[in-house]
Ligand binder design. Structure first.
Ligand code: PBG
Length: 328
């Protein structure tokens, strides 16, 4: 009598068999590479808490983007660090701002590469918050609607420079609809919006704030970023962004939020990106540097997990290495 019909081990016997039945396969097209361009730099500057990641001088950005394209990546995500900060984030929407010029430089060299721009005010504000702040004594408020106006200006200036997708990461209410309407009104109906729909107030953004020189000078971001405890709220926030016109939605961070990735992908059926953030990068880098983890194996397993959870796209500081590791 045959007792056991299904024998999983039969299908794991050889590498070819394992390849044949693999459900989740990574490719270079899955990954988006974040790049930091700084108006203040004339040479590359390492970021201590993110080994392997650098702030680039404006003159190097086109070359770095071309390198990404040559590796097989399809998209880069630009963050800018301006020369000067103020309390209106003027650098964020300056016609010749650091990101606007970077987009033009990249598009002149590699017009096919998808250029995504982070739309936020924190790098451009002298207080480091993602919106316009009103302070009264000990307390401060982030003014939602005033902030949205500046975010709209920022998105328009990125679109005018040639960005393919703008990525609002500020988490103000109503910004996706306002940006969509302004883009359409200005003739940029082909510019897409990749929205940070579910962005949690996370401890894992720590190293990024060194990279982007954007730590809040007072208070924290919990009034506008989401509580890590709330999944239903994440779905409600995402539903709003989808209704307001988001083309792609982002869940951020990735690993502690894979349930959100799964539910967002299943519920909305929209292209869903997961952002494997700076702190998640730093953890593996530090452990690997100490000899406690095999970096490549840990990174591939992590990315496979994120994709298996439903992410169509993964924003990661390992995008370049992953393009090489996953090329076939
Ligand atoms: C800016 C922004 C942040 C990140 C992306 N865009 C920082 C923050 O919200 O404090 C974090 C990315 C990372 O940690 O890799 N609003």
């Amino acid at each position: 009598m045959r007792k056991l019909i299904h024998r999983p081990r039969r299908l794991r016997r050889s590498a070819a068999l394992r390849d044949l039945v693999r459900e989740t396969v990574l490719t270079p097209h899955d990954f988006i590479l974040p790049l930091f361009v700084s108006e203040k730099r004339t040479s590359r500057q390492a970021i201590t808490s993110m080994p392997g990641v650098e702030q680039l001088p404006p003159g190097d950005i086109a070359e770095e983007a071309a390198r990404a394209e040559a590796l097989g990546l399809r998209a880069v995500l630009l963050f800018g660090i301006p020369d000067e900060k103020d309390d209106r984030a003027s650098g964020a929407y300056a016609e010749n701002g650091v990101v606007q010029e970077a987009v033009r430089a990249i598009k002149a060299c590699t017009p096919e590469l998808v250029v995504i721009t982070d739309v936020c005010l924190c790098e451009y504000m002298n207080h480091g918050h993602c919106g316009v702040v009103r302070r009264d004594g000990e307390h401060f408020h982030v003014l939602n609607d005033e902030s949205v106006e500046l975010l709209v200006e920022t998105a328009l200036s990125h679109a005018a420079a040639g960005a393919d997708l703008v990525a609002p990461s500020d988490m103000m209410d109503g910004r996706i609809g306002a940006i969509r309407e302004a883009l359409d009104g200005a003739g940029f109906d082909q510019t897409g919006i990749i929205s940070y729909a579910a962005k949690f107030a996370s401890a894992f953004y720590g190293p990024f704030r060194e990279a982007a020189e954007s730590p809040p000078q007072f208070g924290d971001r919990r009034s506008y970023q989401m509580d890590p405890a709330n999944a239903e709220e994440a779905l409600r926030e995402t539903a709003l962004d989808v209704a307001e016109g988001a083309d792609i939605v982002i869940v951020k961070p990735a690993l502690a939020y894979l349930d959100i990735v799964w539910r967002v992908r299943a519920r909305f059926g929209l292209t869903t990106a997961a952002y494997h953030v700076s702190g998640e990068y730093a953890m593996i880098k530090a452990a690997a540097a100490a000899g406690w983890l095999d970096e490549r194996a840990a990174v591939l397993e992590t990315m496979t997990g994120i994709k298996r959870a439903g992410a169509d796209l993964i924003i990661t500081y390992w995008a370049r290495e992953l393009a090489e590791w996953t090329r076939r």
